[in-house]
Write a new protein. Structure first.
Length: 369
């Protein structure tokens, strides 16, 4: 089942014109070839025009990039580059537009982390140190390993719950609470990073229980609409819960806007949507991380140093999904890059989206003065 939220009011709620077969394979698993759906007449995410000098610099910096992507990076489907608060570059393959919803796969996890910080600010949860069972008492009646009772939100946010890693979606089990928590522990909570879809789905269920409403409803009211994101799609599991490991579809511009929120440490247009201290913690190294990205890990965000010799500099924050879905936040250049790619194993292994970001986009922006 899938819950779609479209803008209401002046724009009006319109039918989804076309829905492709979105991949259900999960964050890191096989995917069907179709990858998008089109939403009609939803107000798009927009930016103010760049000053003339900056706009001209952007145009020169990216002048040859569309042809390069078209011919050399066939996995890449769409790109949005936001520099200094302005849309500097955009690319869409034939059949896609700025209004097309893209299946973000595990980028969902990073958005879930932002929702947790927002819920903390709203008083629905106390913070990462709180016991999960206090917000999801059903855990105490599951007959699972006693270590379930010691799970804190921090363990789910940092992928250190202790369960064996689960990197593929389980269509009939993604939101099966009993199946998730009865899995055998390999380590005590907090001991070791293991990338696990089950932990993210558990976090989503616990947070929704604390909110007493679906995650998608809370996200629309408290995160997406304040950011100007008026169309999205959030997939549900077999038991009817909005998933946390995957399932969120956004426009590429919407992905970029969320990256801007992280770049601005949770503030948007003078308003603190997510506490700055929480955003900093989410995008700082909480542990060494590991597979599948082999980078350090924060709170459901991958992180890496922007300049190893400058320890005080903010780290690069990365939301990553199967096949090459990226929100790449690079503070030194006041830069956000959102990229979507085909969702299959070959695209994942080729890594063309990350090659594009690091090999073409960052050097192009570095030439802008």
């Amino acid at each position: 089942m899938r819950r779609s939220i479209l803008r209401q009011g002046k724009v009006g709620r319109r039918r989804v014109l076309a829905a492709a077969l979105l991949a259900m394979a999960g964050a890191f698993g096989p995917a069907l070839p179709a990858y998008a759906q089109r939403v009609a007449d939803a107000a798009p995410v927009t930016w103010p025009p760049a000053p003339a000098v900056l706009a001209a610099q952007h145009q020169r910096a990216f002048s040859g990039l569309p042809a390069h992507i078209q011919s050399q990076l066939p996995d890449v489907q769409s790109v949005a580059v936001v520099h200094r608060g302005h849309l500097a570059f955009e690319f869409y393959r034939t059949g896609l537009t700025a209004d097309t919803l893209q299946d973000t796969q595990s980028v969902t996890k990073s958005v879930l982390a932002l929702l947790f910080g927002q819920a903390q600010a709203d008083g629905h949860v106390r913070g990462p140190q709180e016991l999960v069972a206090l917000r999801l008492p059903q855990l105490l009646r599951m007959g699972a390993d006693a270590r379930v009772q010691r799970l804190r939100f921090e363990h789910l946010l940092t992928m250190t719950a202790g369960w064996p890693g689960e990197q593929t979606a389980q269509r009939d089990r993604d939101d099966d609470l009993g199946w998730i928590v009865r899995r055998p522990f390999l380590d005590d909570p907090g001991k070791k990073f293991t990338y696990d879809n089950g932990a993210a789905n558990l976090l989503a269920m616990a947070l929704a229980n604390a909110l007493q409403q679906p995650l998608s409803t809370y996200a629309r009211q408290r995160l997406f609409e304040p950011l100007g994101i008026h169309a999205f799609d959030w997939r549900q599991g077999a038991a009817g819960h909005d998933l946390g490991a995957l399932g969120l579809s956004l426009t590429t511009r919407g992905m970029a806007r969320l990256g801007e929120l992280v770049l601005n440490e949770g503030r948007w247009q003078g308003r603190a949507l997510v506490p700055a201290a929480y955003v900093r913690a989410a995008t700082e190294r909480q542990n060494a991380g590991g597979a599948p990205l082999f980078s350090a890990y924060g709170y459901l965000w991958w992180v890496s140093p922007t300049a190893p010799s400058r320890k005080a500099e903010r780290r690069t924050a990365m939301a990553n999904g199967y096949g090459g879905q990226w929100i790449y936040v690079y503070p030194p250049l006041d830069l956000v890059v959102a990229v979507t790619s085909r969702r299959h194993a070959e695209s994942m292994s080729r890594g063309q989206a990350l090659m594009l970001i690091r090999g073409q986009v960052l050097p192009a922006i570095q030439r802008v003065r």
